[in-house]
Design a protein around this ligand. Structure first.
Ligand code: GLN
Length: 446
């Protein structure tokens, strides 16, 4: 597939051909289930695939949930408006985990997405459609959202590049909120250059998002430099949870970076189990509040009912999926009086500790290197319990709790040719640093 950088040099006529080619190929690869329905386009320019939780004016937006079926977006998310200003357009809807809750894209109401590297395996999640399409060569690039790893982990599982920007770097206006203090929109691309280009185009202050950082749009592509040498922190005590092939890939990546002239420093941090419990308390608390608006009155579909109470009850009981309901229950519980102090407040305190932990490392180092996930893409249905799925997020969720930027680069393969992603984590707003470091490694591995 043509890269984003190349596509931006094409004429509108040439892009028309590319778009019809993508439509054709998407049909041929329909089995992957990466796209939802027929491909629509929002205008002229290079086609970018959009996750189903980002508003595109006039398009249905469902977050892969039955409860939002039939809801048409009345406005463009700020990132879509920004794409239009950078000679790009929204092109097709990417399948996802319902309301971005999940790590496998098995919870979509449109059915699961398959990993193009091995169709008996999950593509990761929740932006599984966005990653699978780029990896399969049926999208030039895509936008996903990352609340606890949903851009980086599917990119890692499918073998593409995924970047979660610093909190506040990219406007969340028009992104359906899952957990407002953690969510960020970001690019999934074929390589680092494209990630920089797409990030630059969607970044920058937006008065429509009160959490948007007052910073100018990035120009990381222009500044990309693979030759700068950094001080890179490695967290070896995090590794006990990883499979042997991921551990080996981590060691190998460290050696490569060292041989390239980077300085490697061993560091330690709070146990990742605290990251997991803190994340699943805060994210479900925020989700229970954010999803309260879907009650059958204002958005999408409503269930049969004889009175208002029944309308709420029937709509939410029958149209939300199991995982979403589980999280609403958990989130309501940790926020309820009597438990608030023990769970929610405690989690906020631990969150501060996690932020301080990262800050301590970044006093001395430029980048933290970690695997993206403790294993390669798993076969469908592998998670025995929700908890087991939650535990697989150990390497990605701390980054969201601390609002940091992080990037996932395919750095190795296991014996079955499945991708192993490595994560470059940076200090807040240091997107350029992680792009540079990963760009250098990408070139070295090429
Ligand atoms: N897997 C995590 C969760 O289920 C992350 C999801 C995300 O980043 N949207 O919450």
């Amino acid at each position: 597939m043509i890269t984003l950088k190349e596509a931006l040099n094409k004429t509108e006529g040439e892009l028309k051909e590319i778009k019809s080619d993508i439509k054709q190929r998407a049909k041929e690869y329909a089995e992957l289930n990466a796209y939802i329905g027929e491909i629509e386009e929002s205008g002229e320019g290079v086609p970018i695939l959009i996750k189903d939780n980002i508003n595109v004016k006039g398009w249905e937006i469902t977050c892969a949930s039955k409860i939002l079926k039939g809801y048409i977006a009345p406005y463009n998310a700020s990132v879509i408006a920004k794409l239009h200003q950078s000679k790009m357009c929204a092109f097709g809807r990417a399948n996802m985990d319902e309301f971005a809750m999940g790590s496998t894209t098995e919870s979509s109401c449109y059915g699961r997405v398959k990993n193009p590297l091995d169709t008996s395996r999950v593509p990761g999640g929740s932006s599984g459609g966005s990653a699978a399409a780029v990896a399969a060569g049926i999208a030039i690039a895509s936008l996903g959202s990352d609340t606890g790893g949903s851009i980086r982990q599917p990119a890692g599982f499918c073998g593409c590049v995924g970047l979660k920007p610093s909190y506040g770097r990219v406007s969340r206006y028009g992104l359906v909120a899952y957990s407002s203090s953690l969510d960020q929109i970001g690019p999934i691309t074929q390589n680092i250059e494209d990630a920089a280009i797409l990030l630059d185009s969607i970044s920058g202050y937006d008065s429509l998002d009160s959490t948007s950082a007052n910073l100018a749009p990035l120009q990381t592509f222009k500044e990309l430099n693979p030759n700068i040498r950094y001080k890179i922190a490695v967290l070896k005590d995090f590794l006990k949870d990883a499979t042997p092939c991921v551990q080996k890939a981590y060691e190998k990546t460290i050696k490569t970076l060292e041989s390239m002239g980077h300085t490697i420093v061993e560091k330690s941090m709070l146990d990742t189990r605290f990251h997991v419990s803190t994340y699943y308390i805060i994210s479900t608390a925020e989700a229970s509040s954010n999803l309260a608006r879907f009650d059958g009155v204002r958005y999408g579909t409503r269930a049969q009912a004889n009175n208002l109470k029944e309308l709420y009850l029937n709509t939410r009981s029958s149209l939300f999926g199991e995982e979403v309901k589980r999280r609403i229950l958990l989130g309501s519980f940790v926020l309820s009086s009597g438990y608030y102090d023990a769970y929610y407040l405690k989690a906020q305190q631990v969150r501060q500790q996690i932020c301080a932990d990262y800050a301590q490392i970044f006093k001395e180092c430029d980048v933290i290197l970690l695997p993206v996930a403790p294993s390669v893409a798993t076969p469908f249905g592998a998670a025995q319990s929700p908890l087991q799925m939650y535990l697989s997020d150990i390497y990605t969720i701390g980054v969201n709790l601390a609002g940091l930027p992080a990037l996932s680069l395919p750095a190795d393969k296991d014996e079955h040719n499945l991708s192993i992603g490595m994560q470059f984590i940076g200090a807040r707003f240091a997107e350029q640093t992680i792009l540079n470091a990963a760009y250098g490694l990408e070139k070295e591995l090429a």
